[in-house]
Design a binder for this molecule. Structure first.
Ligand code: NAD
Length: 476
């Protein structure tokens, strides 16, 4: 763990093992922190806040640019670590390192644009000034599925704003978090400004984060259930909160779209990170006229995917995070098949060729999916593409919106009118229009409904770490 500028053991002296999800092999051990460690880390962040928030945005921007350079210089080594710890194919890890680094550059640039407003008054002898200042100490909780970019997406804007922080990474990927901290440390972040607490049991840390009055803000990325729990505890402490949670993305193929192109997009998107992405499509609504062609191309593409250890050449789909994840996927597929879904490809675990040591499930296509199937309602977080055939174009938006999630949605159409109408009508925070990668450091990312509160990325991502202060000034 990294507290007050030092790498330290847990107060208890305990450690826990980190394993490779492709092989089951232990790849390292990290300190098993607890409530006492979290409290010390918060004290360090609190003590550092005064001097860090008083640095100029130019100084903070320079530091972030150094971190961006270091992260890029280490791209190969970071990507290998990520694949070994999290499982995604090396090419995908390399992409994530670049995506993660881009948040650092973006917020280095945004830092220098921190400014205020000079505002008028109804009184001729009065003026107003409104400025933005760092909120204070930020507690951060991050997931395992994007174990580096989900950290930089929080740390870079927090540091740009002048906040100090304590971060607890997911128990499956603490080594990736450690490597990201090393990047910022080498860039010269002063002692106490960033603190890392690793723990096998996250609950005591979450309790400290949401009850310590020195924590001004909680930012969380992970499941809706845990986000709801932490946000409600933080609410009781009147901490500022942003939570990026689960999703259940619809992917709508209109009859005027090229079904072949849409299926290629769906195949590329759905099996990224073995489907373990919050913006992964979970309901593919394909118009009946396009269904045969779409399912044909999708199945063909899936047949071409190689599943295995992400370090091996040619592997396009890695393991799932753990055995519970494989069981959840298998249960959803079995439930759908029992209720009448077709399974043209996949539908089983993969154990041959040494895969039995890891957590592998075959990339799967489900057809004739209906609303009574679990997969239609619950986030799968696995390599399963459920295709729902629809007839009525006027109904498809309300079908797509019929979920308590509201993170991402995708639309394939050749009509500008259809695309823009869908963009406005879909109750989701991120819409891909004939596009399967609607994310970037430069744009706001976040969800509606049970998919979260707040936005990360873009200008809005910086505001999450800022407080507005107003001065009324008398000219009398
Ligand atoms: P999770 O909620 O189980 O874990 C996320 C983090 O919360 C981990 O660090 C974990 O240790 C911690 N945590 C769990 N219980 C806690 C507690 N009681 N107190 C404090 N911390 C606690 O989620 P996960 O399985 O790691 O991640 C998958 C989920 O994350 C999916 O639902 C996915 O959609 C979502 N996700 C969302 C986004 C987004 O930006 N919206 C991005 C990535 C992942």
């Amino acid at each position: 763990m990294f507290i007050q500028g030092e790498w330290v053991e847990a107060a208890s002296g305990k450690t826990f093992a980190v394993t490779n999800p492709a092989t089951g092999a232990e790849i390292g051990r990290v300190p098993d922190g607890g409530a006492a460690d979290a409290t010390v880390a918060i004290a360090a962040a609190d003590a550092a806040f005064g001097s860090w928030s008083a640095t100029t945005p130019y100084e903070r921007a320079d530091l972030l640019l150094r971190a961006w350079t270091i992260m890029n210089d280490r791209a190969d080594e970071l990507a290998e670590l990520m694949t070994t710890e999290q499982g995604k194919p090396l090419r995908a890890s390399t992409f994530e390192v670049g995506y993660g680094a881009d948040f650092i550059r973006w917020y280095a640039e945004e830092a220098r644009r921190l400014s205020g407003e000079w505002l008028p008054s109804g009184r001729s002898d009065q003026r107003f000034l409104a400025i933005k200042q760092a909120v204070g100490v930020v507690a951060m909780v991050t997931p395992w599925n994007y174990p580096m970019s989900m950290l930089t997406r929080k740390m870079a804007p927090a540091l740009a704003a002048g906040c100090t922080l304590v971060l607890k990474p997911a128990e499956a990927t603490p080594l990736s978090a450690k490597a990201i901290f090393e990047v910022f440390i080498e860039a010269g972040v002063p002692a106490g400004v960033i603190n890392l607490v690793t723990a096998e049991d996250p609950a005591p840390i979450g309790d400290v984060f949401t009850s310590d009055s020195r924590v001004a803000k909680l930012t969380f990325t992970g499941s809706t259930a845990v986000g709801r729990l932490l946000a409600s505890k933080a609410g009781a402490s009147l901490q500022r909160v942003s939570v990026e949670l689960g999703g259940h993305a619809p992917f709508i193929v209109y009859p005027d779209a090229d079904p072949d192109n849409a299926a290629k997009g769906a195949a590329a998107l759905k099996f990224l990170n073995a489907g373990q992405a919050c913006i992964s499509p979970n309901r593919l609504y394909v118009h009946r006229d396009a269904a045969d062609a779409f399912i044909g191309t999708l199945t063909k593409r899936v047949r071409g995917l190689v599943t295995g250890n992400g370090m091996d050449d040619g592997v396009g789909v890695g393991p799932l995070v753990d055995d519970a994840a494989v069981e959840k996927v298998a249960a959803q597929v079995d439930d759908a098949a029992a209720k009448g879904a077709g399974v043209p490809i996949g539908g089983h675990r993969l154990t041959d060729g040494g895969l039995d040591k890891g957590h592998f499930y075959a990339p799967t296509v489900l057809t004739d999916v209906t609303a009574d199937m679990t997969v239609y309602r619950e986030e799968t977080f696995g390599p399963v593409a459920p295709v729902v055939t629809y007839d009525d174009v006027d109904e498809v938006i309300s079908l797509a919106n019929d979920t308590h999630y509201g993170l991402a949605a995708y639309v394939y159409t050749d009509s500008l009118r259809t695309a823009l109408s869908a963009f406005e009508a879909l109750r989701f925070g991120i819409i891909g229009i004939n596009d399967v990668n609607p994310t970037s450091a430069s744009v706001p990312f976040g969800g509606m409904k049970d998919s979260g509160l707040g936005r990360e990325g873009g200008h809005e991502g910086l505001d999450e770490y800022l407080e507005t202060k107003t001065a009324g000034i008398s000219l009398r």
